[in-house]
Design a protein around this ligand. Structure first.
Ligand code: SF4
Ligand code: SF4
Length: 103
């Protein structure tokens, strides 16, 4: 795994290396949904930079396109979202979701 020094001194793990540490057992039910209409008035779009899996994509009309399939289930998007009701967050159904490898 390659690491990159940062000004803070913390090592940054590349996106590719991050994704190599996990598998996803896909569920047909989306455990997170995003109301793109609610996102149009959002000035921060904090989810876009905060999601470690890069699952939030801003589009030209101000809304967001979201895909739940490679979600780490970290909850960061729900914490940083400043628009009440924009994100509906649950865990995946049993036996589904992210599987973390040891290394
Ligand atoms: S932070 Fe919340 S309201 Fe803003 S774009 Fe992301 S999901 Fe939408
Ligand atoms: S729970 Fe984490 S990985 Fe999943 S969409 Fe939210 S920020 Fe991204």
């Amino acid at each position: 795994m390659s690491v990159h020094p940062t000004p803070s001194g913390w090592s940054e793990v590349s996106f590719e290396d991050r994704m190599a540490l996990v598998d996803f057992r896909l569920s047909s039910r989306a455990h997170i949904t995003v109301d793109g209409d609610a996102c149009r008035g959002c000035t921060t779009k904090a989810c876009v930079t905060a999601c470690p899996a890069n699952l939030f994509v801003p589009v030209s009309d101000g809304s967001i396109v979201f895909n739940y399939e490679q979600c780490f289930e970290c909850g960061t998007c729900y914490l940083v979202c400043d628009e009440s009701g924009a994100i509906t967050w649950t865990y995946p159904d049993g036996g589904h979701g992210v599987v973390f490898h040891k290394s």
